[in-house]
Design a protein around this ligand. Structure first.
Ligand SMILES: CC(C)(COP(=O)(O)OP(=O)(O)OC[C@H]1O[C@@H](n2cnc3c(N)ncnc32)[C@H](O)[C@@H]1OP(=O)(O)O)[C@@H](O)C(=O)NCCC(=O)NCCS
Length: 180
């Protein structure tokens, strides 16, 4: 397994990967999101990593810039993440997350948010129900899904001291991505 930054020419492979991982129904929606995020100035700085096995791209993760209203902080949001079906449950997703977080930490990012499976992300250091810590999602998350809105602190100093609502890049700041 090799994790590295994606290259511009790999866009077609990344596109195919999202279609295969998310299927015919959800795939095109996620694909459009990735497409928009890649050309969205408000998403910069972003971090786009691929996972390779035998030189084949089998996984992709994207972190993009977010803001916390009224707070000066380097914040990123993880979305989306996918691993090819036949390579799932082999640790590629977790390793993309771990190496992505290491790289963001080195770049001085202090908080990373993700809306996703709480059981999966909590094993990788994300804390469930970020609203409980004072960080409201860009759109209201259903009470039954509150644990899916998670946060991880990469550098201490914000959680417990600051509070605020998260604002994402223009491409992610759409209600459709925040509903079930
Ligand atoms: C979710 C996903 C990214 C995980 O990547 P992965 O490489 O398969 O996961 P890993 O091998 O690192 O970790 C495996 C763990 O993920 C869990 N997992 C996999 N898919 C899951 C799902 N749909 N819901 C909850 N947990 C899931 C497994 O149960 C396993 O848990 P365990 O460690 O307790 O056994 C991958 O399965 C995927 O691409 N799924 C389809 C697309 C998707 O749903 N993406 C969501 C993120 S936006």
């Amino acid at each position: 397994m090799l994790i590295r930054k994606s290259k511009k020419l790999e866009y077609n492979d990344i596109e195919k990967l999202y279609m295969l991982a998310f299927g015919e129904k959800e795939g095109p929606i996620i694909l459009e999101l990735v497409h928009n995020l890649f050309k969205d100035n408000s998403a910069i700085p972003f971090l786009s990593l691929v996972a390779l096995e035998d030189e084949k791209i089998v996984g992709h993760i994207l972190f993009t810039k977010a803001l916390i209203e009224n707070i000066e902080a380097n914040v990123q949001i993880l979305a989306p993440l996918a691993v090819l079906p036949e390579y799932q449950n082999k640790g590629f997703g977790s390793e993309l997350i771990r190496q992505g977080l290491d790289s963001l930490r080195e770049q001085g990012v202090s908080l990373v948010f993700v809306l996703g499976y709480p059981k999966y992300y909590s094993k990788l250091g994300f804390m469930k129900d970020a609203k409980k810590y004072g960080f409201e999602a860009p759109y209201t998350i259903d009470e039954k899904n509150k644990d899916a809105w998670t946060v991880q602190e990469l550098a201490p100093g914000i959680i417990g001291k600051e509070k605020g609502k998260i604002k994402c890049s223009d491409s992610l700041q759409k209600e459709e991505y925040w509903k079930e």
